[in-house]
Ligand binder design. Structure first.
Ligand SMILES: [Zn+2]
Length: 102
């Protein structure tokens, strides 16, 4: 089982140029029944001040070699999460923010 810090390192190193994401190594949200997966988190930020937390999930039984092999698909999912956030209008971001702080 890989260390979360190592997962973060490997994923961060593989991110494409200009990815615009902020690694959040200290964020550790326990997921229900979550022993099967390890999650690392990245922040995305919009010019309007709204930020979103994106996550990467790695099955606990994966080795570093497995992670390297799964990287293209994993980065694809992460970039899609980011693009989804970036493509939302800032009006939608506002709604997201007010929903978060209710
Ligand atoms: Zn915005």
């Amino acid at each position: 089982m890989m260390d979360r810090n190592r997962i973060m390192e490997v994923v961060t190193a593989a991110l494409p140029d200009g990815h615009g994401l902020i690694p959040l190594p200290r964020l550790n949200v326990s997921t229900p029944g979550g022993m099967g997966f390890q999650k690392v988190y990245f922040g995305a930020r919009c010019g309007c001040g709204t930020s979103a937390v994106l996550s990467v999930e790695v099955a606990s039984d994966k080795t570093e070699g497995d992670l390297e092999r799964a990287m293209p698909a994993l980065l694809d999912r992460l970039m899609r999460q980011r693009d989804h956030f970036k493509q939302m209008s800032c009006k939608a971001h506002e709604r997201l923010r007010s929903a978060q702080f209710k």
